[in-house]
Write a protein that binds this ligand. Structure first.
Ligand SMILES: *Cc1c(COP(=O)(O)O)cnc(C)c1O
Ligand SMILES: [Zn+2]
Length: 453
């Protein structure tokens, strides 16, 4: 293929392979070596605006569906398909909230902490950013049916976009490992749910085989086009900071699609001369699913120009298998022990001088309660970012006057069980227990007076 002739192409991330493919193919892994694929651009074939603030002009044309979309508003930066193929259901209408009360909780100065509410997306999580891009690619290749393995939000988002595009959709979930808010969505949106007697990592392995055997379009974040859509989360954070780059991005890490996309976004902007400086990134695992933290902090695994020591990863996974290890955390969206985007995430860590931490379920639930009490709320996995930031402040890795954007990945109603249990059972320091009273007016008045203090 003459890659110079096209605006976008796919390329294997393995430097020993580096095979290239056109965007008209649905591959998901390099057919030569099995490594991950990137979507890359010939920027001289694309009319990229001279400065990021030029994108703001599109706000005036919000009757155009592509200008309204918080993904396609930035379409020159993910220019892999024609406009007629672009899929949108109005994703990316998110807000970046300055939150001084939560800043105080994590010990940073006022006006330094910003929360990016991705729960405001149509299906209630950031996954919609990626789905609008990946379904556009599905239109390019003429896909008729699609599938994903999911801890919940991928399936909710995929099912919504699938019925919008007229595709049949199948969702693979591990038994008992999905929050009810999310499961209810994919059933409601018309997907076929298949429960596998195993965990997420088992589902992830099976769905790849099913998709290649049956020619179905795969929508996990292995799909490089999904990550192109997720880059726009970073563009919108900068947009809301007046096109300034924050000092830190903090994000929960599960399958590591987001962190991989964010590093790529900043690298491209730097190469295009649209930003001068790349922010640092902190990726937060749960302690019960801490593969990235173990490999980076304990095994010192590095990107190393793409020459990742595969032996270290293989040995780590072999040990998980030998121990019969299954990840466990109340933050079900990051309950993953074999993250498919591990290598791309290592690249992000290099690009953004990243750090990785793991936080306990107790810390996650307390942080979630704080985001509920002082912010707009979020689901457990999202709150890992706040809990991780608190760690990094205590260690002094992040300074009290640095400007930080935490990505709150999902909506609070995704997982009401964790929230209700935390409050009702008095599990943490911010539990807000309901009170009971006799069906008696005077008793009720007494109680309400006590509450009003
Ligand atoms: C998918 C998901 C994550 C994990 O994101 P990765 O890109 O897989 O690391 C975190 N939080 C929520 C709410 C999610 O849905
Ligand atoms: Zn390859």
């Amino acid at each position: 293929m003459a890659k110079q002739a096209v605006a976008a192409y796919q390329k294997c991330i393995n430097p020993d392979c580096g095979a290239e493919f056109d965007c008209g193919q649905a591959l998901f892994k390099c057919p030569n070596c099995g490594d991950l694929l990137d979507v890359l651009y010939n920027w001289d074939k694309i009319e990229v605006p001279d400065k990021l603030s030029d994108f703001r002009k599109r706000w005036a044309r919000r009757d155009n569906r592509l200008d309204f979309s918080g993904v396609w508003r930035f379409r020159e930066l993910l220019n892999f398909c024609k406009d007629k193929h672009k899929v949108t259901i109005g994703e990316g209408q998110t807000i970046l909230q300055r939150n001084d009360a939560i800043a105080a909780y994590v010990d940073v100065k006022p006006a330094c902490l910003y929360l990016q509410y991705e729960g405001l997306n149509p299906s209630g999580s950031f996954k919609d950013n990626g789905m609008s891009a990946a379904f556009s690619h599905a239109m390019v290749v003429g896909a008729k049916s699609c599938a994903c393995a999911s801890t919940g939000n991928t399936s909710a988002s995929m099912s919504l976009y699938a019925h919008h595009c007229g595709l049949k959709s199948t969702v693979f979930i591990g038994s008992g490992l999905i929050a009810f808010g999310k499961l209810s969505q994919s059933m409601d949106y018309g997907a076929q749910t298949i429960q596998i007697l195993g965990d997420f990592d088992d589902c992830m392995r099976q769905v790849q085989h099913v998709c290649s055997k049956l020619g179905m379009y795969l929508l996990n974040s292995l799909n490089p086009f999904r990550l192109e859509g997720q880059k726009t989360i970073m563009y919108r954070i900068m947009e809301q900071l007046g096109w300034e780059v924050p000092d830190w991005i903090v994000v929960p890490g599960g399958n590591l699609g987001n962190s991989s996309a964010f590093g790529k976004a900043f690298l491209e902007l730097k190469e295009l001369g649209l930003i001068e400086r790349i922010p640092r990134i902190a990726i937060i695992n749960a302690t019960g699913a801490a593969t990235l933290s173990d490999l980076v902090n304990n095994k010192r695994l590095l990107w190393n120009q793409g020459n990742v020591e595969q032996g270290v990863i293989d040995e780590y996974y072999a040990d998980l298998t030998a121990r019969g290890f299954s990840p466990h955390t109340c933050a079900s969206a990051i309950e993953i022990s074999r993250p498919v985007n591990l290598k791309k995430c290592l690249r992000t860590i290099e690009i953004c001088r990243g750090v990785v931490r793991a936080v306990t379920d107790e810390e996650i639930c307390d942080a979630k309660a704080i985001v509920g009490k002082y912010g707009l709320g979020c689901e457990p996995a999202s709150a890992a970012s706040i809990a991780g930031l608190k760690h990094l402040r205590a260690e002094g890795v992040i300074g009290a006057d640095e400007r930080i954007a935490c990505v709150l990945t999902g909506h609070p109603l995704k997982d009401p069980n964790v929230t209700v249990d935390y409050h009702k059972q008095g599990q943490g320091q911010f539990s807000n227990q309901p009170a009971e009273v006799a069906n008696d007016f005077d008793e009720i008045i007494k109680l309400v007076n006590r509450i009003n203090g």
